[in-house]
Design a protein around this ligand. Structure first.
Ligand SMILES: Nc1nc2c(c(=O)[nH]1)N[C@H]1C(S)=C(S)[C@@H](COP(=O)(O)OP(=O)(O)OC[C@H]3O[C@@H](n4cnc5c(N)ncnc54)[C@H](O)[C@@H]3O)O[C@H]1N2
Ligand code: MOO
Length: 401
């Protein structure tokens, strides 16, 4: 049996990163992975500018005077004249600082004493106050984003702040999915004895596009060797990776193993984790294949824990590792097991403290646990947990994804 860390490490070592890139409009770039560094040709801000609506003047004059003539008016978007010595300039937020001024007094700290005169009432002033300096956000020639970065709304803002309207990103991977099992009915079909509804198809087909990949959904494949081989071939032809659920444990009803062994290569693993013990990895005529277990919670967990980082790495992303949040357990886990448990858990606030609760039924077929929860809590191998122990919580949707 492999440990969880061994399985993940091996899987990630097998990834061949995509080389296919495209240059696209910034309006299409949300969620895409950068293929090239972004180097700024400009300073941001491009000029020293005011943080406040108020008056620009020089600190030297303030040492001698509190009443100033207003010698010019500088709205944002205009170019100021140099400041006449001993005077103030009316200035607005974002407007360039005139040459000869070195601070801005906000208008609430001044009073208008005649049509073109103000009195400064500020108790404390410093040179440079209320001025945003050239390049303080981005310096010219700085690398603002590196390849492998998955673009979020704030990244698009940063890129457009240097004037770029296009970015070079990796083309999205295409993932083909199918589910196996003759017991499966599609939603909308009438129930029948011995049958269950195909839940995994819809979980998988939500998880794949949520990560920004294109999906080819081949639906349910009949449990025969011929149908499985046919589906595999078709999937491998059109996709960068093929992902299935079901048919990876030891039963002879499972045709995934013999099908792939005819078409490529396959490793069947038993991983020391729960849910998600069986996992298959191989290739179909050269296309990577990941076989997730059939139990719905196991399929959900192994997608998140194995397929997600595998696919993100293949897509060129560098931020693969989900970061845990360490919090106090608000539960007891007394049956220490030899497999690492990824218990479905949620964060709750109690008396201004965040703690972790777990769903009472942690069965691999209890999909309700994944809906109730908002993440996994890790119960390490051979470990009991008592209330108040620190535990590692992994949200299902990491914020930086
Ligand atoms: N003798 C052994 N039996 C099993 C072992 C083992 O080590 N030795 N491992 C168990 C574990 S752990 C798991 S997980 C399952 C995984 O089995 P498979 O990947 O072969 O999956 P199936 O047998 O096809 O299905 C398991 C279970 O999940 C239900 N299922 C399957 N597909 C779907 C779907 N698309 N939607 C909803 N539910 C689905 C299926 O009906 C079964 O109940 O094997 C254990 N057995
Ligand atoms: O992966 Mo199985 O779900 O551990 O029960």
């Amino acid at each position: 049996m492999k440990t969880f860390d061994e399985a993940l490490h091996y899987l990630l070592s097998k990834v061949k990163q995509t080389q296919k890139t495209e240059t696209i409009s910034i309006t299409e770039a949300l969620g895409r992975v950068l293929a090239e560094p972004i180097v700024s040709p400009v300073n941001v801000p491009p000029h020293d500018n005011s943080m406040m609506d108020g008056y620009a003047l020089h600190s030297f004059d303030l040492e001698h005077n509190s009443v100033f003539k207003v010698s010019q008016r500088i709205p944002a978007g205009t170019t100021p004249k140099p400041l006449v010595t001993g005077t103030a300039a009316r200035i607005f937020t974002g407007a360039p600082i005139p040459q000869g001024a070195n601070l801005v007094i906000m208008q609430e700290e001044t009073e208008q004493i005649s049509d073109n005169e103000i009195k400064v009432n500020a108790s404390k002033t410093n040179s440079g106050q209320n001025i945003r300096v050239t390049g303080e956000d981005i310096a010219e020639k700085a690398t603002i984003l590196k390849p492998g970065h998955k673009l979020r709304p704030q990244d698009l803002g940063l890129i457009t702040s240097i004037g770029f309207d296009k970015v070079t990103v990796f083309k999205p991977l295409t993932i083909a999915t199918f589910t196996t099992g003759d017991e499966l009915l599609e939603p909308g079909q009438a129930t029948a004895p011995g049958k269950i509804y195909n839940a995994n198809r819809y979980v998988l087909n939500g998880l794949v596009p949520q990560l920004g990949f294109s999906l080819i959904d081949l639906g349910r494949v009949e449990d025969t060797i011929e149908s499985t081989i046919e589906a595999m071939k078709q999937a491998a032809k059109v996709a960068d990776v093929v992902i299935t659920t079901g048919g990876v444990s030891v039963g002879e009803e499972d045709h995934i193993k013999p099908a792939i062994e005819q078409l490529g290569s396959l490793d069947m693993w038993k991983v020391k984790m729960k849910p998600g013990k069986p996992l298959a990895y191989g290739d179909i005529e050269g296309t990577p294949f990941i076989g997730l277990p059939g139990n719905p919670v196991s399929a959900f967990a192994t997608f998140n824990l194995f397929a997600r980082p595998y696919l993100l790495k293949m897509q060129g992303a560098t931020n693969l590792k989900a970061k845990p949040i360490w919090l106090d357990a608000d539960f007891e886990w007394l049956k220490a097991g030899f497999r690492r448990e990824f218990a479905r858990a949620r964060l709750v606030n109690k008396n201004q403290k965040s703690v972790i609760e777990i769903y009472p039924n942690q069965g691999s077929g209890v999909l309700t646990s994944t809906v109730w929860a908002d993440g996994f809590v890790v119960i390490p191998e051979d470990t009991q947990i008592h209330k108040g122990d620190k535990v590692a919580f992994y949200p299902f949707n990491p914020v930086d994804e």
